[in-house]
Design a protein around this ligand. Structure first.
Ligand code: NAG
Ligand code: NAG
Length: 571
């Protein structure tokens, strides 16, 4: 009797203490993530930190791109029923063939302005953008292609505007894709306005947009060779190489394609381990290209993926891949150097950071892409430093509390934060169950935003708005006077189109700069201003014309914001 009472008492105490602990934890979390849309929130952590930017963006972000106005365009798909944000101005979509809502006055795309009082403005898309692709063009336009159902051959454009503007999607009625493209990838070409569109469900071809000569899509047997019963060749990883050829990775294989002559120039060895593309969902980046070696050294990194068969066995949730492969593209005998991540991950997003590191964020530790196909969220981002020796490259960051599984996004912001949105592992918006549809928007603050580095953090005072290829230019950078500046780097970074764990068009160029930078007189306010002389990328194959984020990086700490620079080409 006494024993039973004691046991009861003990259980009661455990419950009480847990409740207190949870309450304390929640209070702390709320304090950490309350309304801190501007930089300067909780930046005291060397493992990074998280901010909640919005409780409800209205839609769950499946595709996202940052414009040169610093706004973030997010897209979901149209046939999910009503979203949580309505179109303005009495606009509605009336689609006779629509699966779910034939009369729909809710928005399925938004533009998000970080830090604004009302950060969300609804946008209008007419046709279905489900699992589509895209990229920014040389003039900063988001060009977005395909989707599903009535949207599968569509081409849509978004000319960005200032946060208080009313720019919106425009669907082309004059041109369309040659093939229906669902789960394709795009890459902007060196002319700054043509994009190559590669693959898609049962489409073993590539094509170009715009396509004034109306030439047909071109066969690429590689896409058929890499298809397996669950897909695994979808959303191929594309990287435009410095010689203008295209690296294409699908499933576990990769090639270099000369898309003009339609020739496959090189075939790489098969990567060890799991399949890496949809629905297995690894991710990939081209490591930063560096002026210091004449942009000659090119390495591709592929991380994560899912066990083959995960997609064919719902409810099984096998452990995801824990490996990365890294390959030197122009080596005489390229081979995959394998590395082990601190944790398993499928559906991770790989983002280049201004420090030339790679952030791996979002996803799950078990399962694969698809509705309800993953569990055990990977809440903890890791940073990969490609310059360190093998075995010392990964650092584990602070975890979030919000799972970001299927159909979520991650993009670098102009202030160095990473905006994370979406996650919808259901066919419709579903706010019950273990992984409800996620409408909250967060920012991850990498460790370089820690206040402890403010005493060496550079600020770009002035940079040219436009530069052309191989042009010499100067950037004025202020640094706290107490900092001993011996070197200043400039990172030129594209703004990619992120969806399904791959950032289409992502690249970083580490520009040649003169070191140490020459210093001018102290500008007062305890700062010294340095004139940093640099050279723009010599050729558009290295960085197609577009708007780029230019960060100054001093001792591994990037400037508090970038300057947008338009890289243009004399015609
Ligand atoms: C959108 O409009 C519909 C119809 O007027 C309304 O029922 C719904 O509550 C609105 N949704 C939001 C999120 O405002
Ligand atoms: C870039 O400019 C330098 C110096 O003017 C010149 O030597 C070089 O050939 C140029 N490179 C290209 C690709 O135009």
């Amino acid at each position: 009797m006494l024993w039973a009472l004691l046991k009861l008492y003990a259980s009661f105490m455990v419950i009480l203490l847990s409740a207190i602990a949870i309450a304390l934890f929640m209070t702390r979390k709320l304090n950490n993530s309350g309304q801190v849309p501007t930089q300067g929130g909780d930046r005291g952590e060397n493992v990074g930190s998280w901010q909640l930017l919005s409780e409800n963006a209205g839609i769950s972000s499946m595709h996202a791109a940052v414009t040169h106005y610093g706004t973030v365009v997010m897209l979901d798909r149209t046939n999910i029923g009503a979203s949580q944000i309505n179109l303005t101005g009495g606009r509605c979509r009336d689609e006779a063939d629509e699966l779910t809502l034939r009369h729909d006055c809710s928005a399925h795309s938004i533009v998000f302005t970080p830090g604004a009082e009302n950060p969300v403005r609804p946008l209008y898309i007419q046709t279905d953008t489900w699992c589509s692709s895209g990229q920014l063009n040389g003039d900063g336009t988001i060009v977005q292609t395909g989707g599903d159902f009535e949207g599968i051959m569509k081409i849509r454009r978004f000319w960005p505007c200032a946060p208080d503007g009313d720019c919106d999607w425009v669907e082309s009625t004059k041109e369309s894709l040659k093939m229906g493209r669902w789960y394709a990838s795009n890459q902007l070409l060196p002319d700054g306005y043509t994009q190559i569109v590669v693959g898609g469900r049962n489409v073993f071809k590539y094509e170009f947009i715009p396509n004034p000569s109306s030439s047909p899509a071109i066969n690429l047997p590689f896409l058929q060779d890499t298809a397996d019963p669950q897909g695994d060749n979808l959303y191929p990883f594309l990287h435009l190489l410095p010689d203008g050829s295209l690296f294409i990775f699908a499933n576990r294989d990769s090639i270099i394609l000369d898309y003009s002559s339609t020739k496959v120039l090189k075939k790489f060895p098969t990567i060890p381990g799991e399949p890496r593309n949809y629905p297995s969902a690894g991710s990939s980046v081209m490591l930063p290209l560096r002026a210091a070696d004449g942009y000659a050294h090119v390495e591709i990194l592929v991380c994560g993926g899912a066990q083959y068969g995960a997609f064919l066995t719902p409810g099984q949730y096998p452990p995801a891949s824990q490996t990365c492969g890294r390959i030197d593209v122009f080596a005489a005998e390229p081979k995959w150097e394998m590395e082990t991540m601190p944790m398993r991950r499928t559906m991770g997003d790989m983002l280049l950071l201004p420090t030339e590191d790679v952030l791996i964020i979002n996803g799950a530790q078990n399962g694969c892409q698809g509705w309800g196909m993953a569990n055990n969220p990977a809440l903890t981002p890791v940073v990969y430093n490609p310059r360190m020796a093998e075995g010392q490259r990964f650092t584990t960051m602070a975890p979030t509390t919000i799972p970001r599984l299927y159909h979520s996004t991650a993009n670098l912001l102009p202030d160095g934060r990473v905006i994370v949105a979406g996650s919808n592992t259901h066919q419709y918006y579903t706010f019950t169950g273990e992984f409800p549809t996620e409408l909250r928007v967060e920012a991850f603050l990498p460790r370089y935003l820690n206040v402890a580095y403010d005493n060496i953090r550079p600020t770009i005072m002035q940079a040219p708005e436009k530069i052309t290829y191989n042009e010499s230019f100067q950037v004025r950078v202020a640094v706290p006077a107490s900092a001993a500046v011996t070197e200043m780097k400039l990172s030129l970074m594209s703004a990619p189109f992120n969806t399904h764990s791959f950032s289409q068009g992502q690249r970083l160029l580490s520009l040649q700069v003169l070191t140490p930078p020459s210093s001018t007189a102290s500008s007062g306010g305890g700062e010294k201003v340095y004139i940093v002389s640099a050279t723009a990328p010599p050729r558009p194959e290295l960085a197609p014309p577009s708007f780029y984020m230019l960060f100054a990086v001093h001792n591994d700490i990037p400037s508090s914001t970038c300057k947008w620079v338009q890289l243009y080409r004399h015609r």
